[in-house]
Write a protein that binds this ligand. Structure first.
Ligand SMILES: [Zn+2]
Length: 376
């Protein structure tokens, strides 16, 4: 979600989505026409509207403060914040990297509601002065308290859901499992909210009920989107790139190598494919299939060039491990050469190696999987 840039706060770009204008007008209208005349009788309409608009702006600043709570905590924990965007349902702070562990996520998630609680307390104190300021402050105290409490519902991606995920992540050391549980609990929470919204409608509060249902549906969407996105991001960020994974000690052969020599290499190393490389340039692969196809009786006098597979799937050095695995699965191959756009050869990646990596990074079988990436 993007918006119109408003400038920077603590170096973090601040944006406002056009949908926020709608909520600003709605809020100002509901305060000027409903809440304020009830609490402050006998004022001129202009007073209500000015006070309502001012209160809405202050509420908007409170939302920024809430997001700054998340953002500054994340920055303190070593994660950059790409931007803070205010939109229809509040604000969102987009982190640029990944939090290192579950406890970090708990702190970052709690920081926003803590700011809202503190603001609620401050506005409650200010509400004691009475008059216009008192009425506006009392409303701001209530809305900040509501904001903090609502956000603490354990419905991922609400802050409470993030606290839950962080806590499970910290306990199980598995980000994937923690996300799974938090999303499931979040689904329960949003269905609960929908039920509550329906009940609210049935009780005669049509607007309030529909509002709750809309928020719940929005949360369901956001949870699914965020869960798949954060899972992929986490995996991509943690798993090294193809360039790092490329095994440069994988046996390679020059073009004039006898096929018999390569057949001997198969016995010796057990590999299924041998890159034909000269001066760092990749020419193709000699595989078990092309070796067999060349005919055993011709191995002693034919060279690699004669059994060369040139139509070979490969990955770029910048590709992620996931991309490499996808190419292997799609084309049912067990290994891939890592080549740049000029055909420079970096090494080979094997399927076993990637499967081991996946197991390592998905957090499954933490205790038994290898801590180090061994050459497969
Ligand atoms: Zn928050």
């Amino acid at each position: 979600m993007r918006g119109v840039p408003l400038g920077r706060l603590f170096g973090i770009p601040l944006e406002i989505n056009s949908s926020w204008l709608f909520i600003f007008l709605l809020l100002t209208w509901s305060l000027a026409a409903g809440a304020f005349p009830g609490a402050l009788p006998d004022r001129a309409p202009a007073v209500y509207w000015l006070l309502a608009a001012f209160t809405s702006v202050v509420f908007f600043v409170c939302l920024i403060a809430h997001e700054l709570g998340h953002s500054l905590t994340a920055i303190r924990l070593g994660v950059k914040v790409r931007r803070i965007t205010l939109f229809f349902f509040g604000g969102v702070a987009q982190l640029e990297g990944n939090l290192k562990n579950g406890l970090s996520e708990v702190w970052v998630a709690l920081a926003g509601p803590v700011v809202s609680f503190v603001l609620a307390g401050l506005f409650w104190l200010l509400s004691q002065v009475g008059g216009e300021v008192g009425v506006a402050s009392a409303w701001l105290a209530r809305i900040n308290l509501l904001l903090a409490l609502f956000n603490l519902l354990p419905g991922f991606p609400l802050d409470g859901g993030r606290v839950l995920r962080g806590a499970i992540w910290a306990a199980t050391k598995s980000f994937a499992r923690a996300t799974q549980v938090a999303v499931s609990v979040g689904a329960l929470v949003s269905w609960g909210l929908i039920a509550y919204g329906v009940l609210t409608v049935l009780r005669g509060n049509l607007f309030g009920g529909i509002w709750i249902i809309v928020i719940a549906l929005f949360l369901q969407n956001a949870a699914v989107a965020e869960a798949s996105q954060s899972g992929a991001q986490q995996a991509l960020a943690q798993v090294p790139r193809a360039r790092t994974l490329a095994q440069d000690d994988w046996p390679t052969v020059p073009r004039d190598t006898r096929l018999q020599t390569i057949a001997d290499l198969v016995l010796e190393t057990g590999r299924r494919a041998y890159p034909v490389v000269e001066d760092g340039r990749f020419f193709g692969l000699v595989t078990l299939v092309t070796l067999r196809g060349a005919g055993r009786e011709r191995w002693p006098f034919m060279t690699a060039d004669a059994a060369l597979l040139t139509e070979v799937h490969s990955v770029l050095p910048t590709a992620g491990a996931m991309d490499a695995l996808r190419v292997m699965t799609q084309h049912n191959v067990h290994q891939l050469p890592v080549l740049d756009a000029q055909g420079v050869y970096y090494g080979m990646i094997s399927r076993d190696q990637l499967m081991a990596l996946l197991q390592l990074y998905s957090g499954e079988g933490n205790d038994r999987s290898p801590r180090r990436i061994e050459s497969a």
